[in-house]
Design a binder for this molecule. Structure first.
Ligand code: 3PG
Ligand code: MG
Length: 463
């Protein structure tokens, strides 16, 4: 699809014009309002600077989190459901979803421009603020999802958004699979609607993966949710040379292949699909041959411990390399219970144990397949194990390092999904050692599956 992008308008077309740009500033914000990974914010800088340098008045809009769902859950938990039903959502209950901290980070990042923030996204107050803007100014609007019209793609809300500006830009690939007002309904009402530079870049790389992958093409897939990945796998399997499977989903693949997987959770909803894929592509799909295993109770204990540490701002990291991982590790506090051990298992996993990371031989095998791909394409989506816990991070760390090696040797490497970027950071691999890091999680998978992307299709619609 031929997309109209920022350079399709003359520079002068932006001068003094109000440009409404949808960005995805859905980042993690901690208790003290500090921003976690700001990759999504940084990726919008090229479009922001392109427009402000040309004298546009730039209005940025984004969502943050899922305030409505979170508030509903809280109301249910605190039995205030009656109150919720009569008075709707209490805005104070959702303050944690304010974009104000993001405005602060953005102004730190682009010091040359004046960034302001307004605590709503539509209405007279917002209009007034926009009227005060000068050429080159930037205004970030409050979380779009504080209005229910956003997710409902409501026509009136869309009209209110569209009344704010002359030109519409979508620079939020990672929400382009959502048919929301700021992405679809509102965008539709503009004559001039364009793709931003980050959206353009995402589409260039991901279209290459989807339609015309450089060969040899290796796909590394992990994480737990098979459901979200099946469309992409279905579409890509015919074009892939090797599919390396890790993470929780590997145990469903192994189980479907007749291997005993102990207490590892199995996704029976997708069992048949996996069986078919395994019999259709027996030489392409590579499964782990050994595993780091532990008991449910020890995993739970480590998860709780890691959550506590995160709250204190420090995270457990055992930093095992694959030659130093001992065959059995005991937690000092649980030493009396032998089921608390972590061990390395080859082949079948017995009852009472579950796989939490790929094992050492698998790491060696996967790492060499990835890093020896010196002129092809490696795409990585999803961690190899429970990587939030240092003890179960060895596989993921080594995949990240092998990805970097493949990149340095000349391969195109692409990673997708929020978790994978986090994993890369934990392995101390820089995002500059990857050809492209996609800002999208769900959007990337939907795009690779060939699903409809309303936020992209709308850019070519004449209303
Ligand atoms: C994401 O984090 O994947 C995007 O920001 C979309 O968020 P959503 O899944 O809440 O629509
Ligand atoms: Mg998401």
């Amino acid at each position: 699809m031929l997309l109209r992008t920022l350079s399709n308008l003359d520079d002068l077309d932006y001068y003094g014009k109000k440009v409404l740009m949808r960005v995805d500033f859905n980042v993690t914000i901690g208790k003290d309002n500090e921003i976690g990974e700001d990759y999504r914010i940084r990726m919008t800088i090229p479009s922001i600077e392109y427009l402000t340098k040309r004298g546009a008045k730039l209005i940025l809009m984004s969502h943050l989190g899922r305030p409505k769902k979170t508030a509903e859950m809280e109301y249910k938990q605190t039995n205030k459901i009656q109150q919720y039903a009569t008075s709707g959502i209490d805005i104070n209950a959702i303050k944690q979803f304010s974009l104000l901290p993001v405005a602060k980070r953005l102004s730190e990042l682009i010091q040359m421009y004046n960034v302001s923030f307004i605590d709503d996204c539509i209405g007279p107050k917002v209009q007034k603020e926009i009227d005060k803007m000068d050429r080159g100014d930037i205004l970030l609007l409050e979380n779009l999802r504080f209005h229910s019209g956003e997710e409902l793609n409501d026509y009136n809300f869309s009209k209110e958004l569209a009344s704010l500006a002359d030109i519409y830009v979508n620079d939020a690939f990672s929400v382009s699979h959502r048919k929301h007002a700021s992405i679809y309904g509102g965008a539709r009402l503009f004559d001039k609607k364009l793709a931003g530079l980050n959206l353009k870049k995402e589409l260039e790389y991901l279209s290459m993966v989807k339609d015309d992958p450089v060969k040899p093409f290796i796909l590394v897939v992990g994480g737990s949710k098979i459901k979200d990945k099946i469309g992409a796998l279905e579409n890509l399997l015919p074009k892939i040379d090797k599919l390396l499977v890790g993470g929780a989903m590997a145990y469903t693949f192994l189980n479907a292949n007749g291997v005993r997987t102990g207490d590892s959770p199995i996704d029976y909803d997708h069992f048949q699909w996996i069986k078919n894929a395994l019999s259709k592509y027996p030489d392409k799909i590579v499964l782990p041959i050994d595993h780091i295993v532990t008991s449910q109770s020890f995993l739970k204990f480590k998860q709780e411990e890691s959550n506590e540490k995160k709250e204190e701002g420090k995270e457990g990291n055992y930093n095992y390399t694959f030659d130093s991982l001992p065959s059995s590790v005991f937690s000092p506090s649980l030493v009396s219970s032998p089921s608390s051990s972590v061990s390395l298992k080859k082949g079948a996993i017995e009852e009472g144990l579950l796989g939490v990371d790929i094992g050492i031989e698998t790491v060696q095998q996967y790492s060499s397949i990835i890093s020896q791909n010196s002129n092809g394409l490696v795409v990585w989506i999803g961690p190899m194990g429970v990587f939030e816990i240092g003890l179960f991070r060895n596989g993921t760390n080594n995949i990240a390092k092998s990805m970097a090696l493949a990149f340095w040797r000349g391969s195109k490497t692409i990673i997708g999904g929020g978790d994978t970027l986090d994993a890369l950071k934990k392995a101390e691999v820089s995002e500059l050692e990857v050809t492209h890091v996609s800002t999208g999680g769900g959007a990337t998978l939907k795009f690779l599956a060939g699903d409809e992307m309303p936020g992209i299709e709308v850019l070519n619609k004449i209303h």
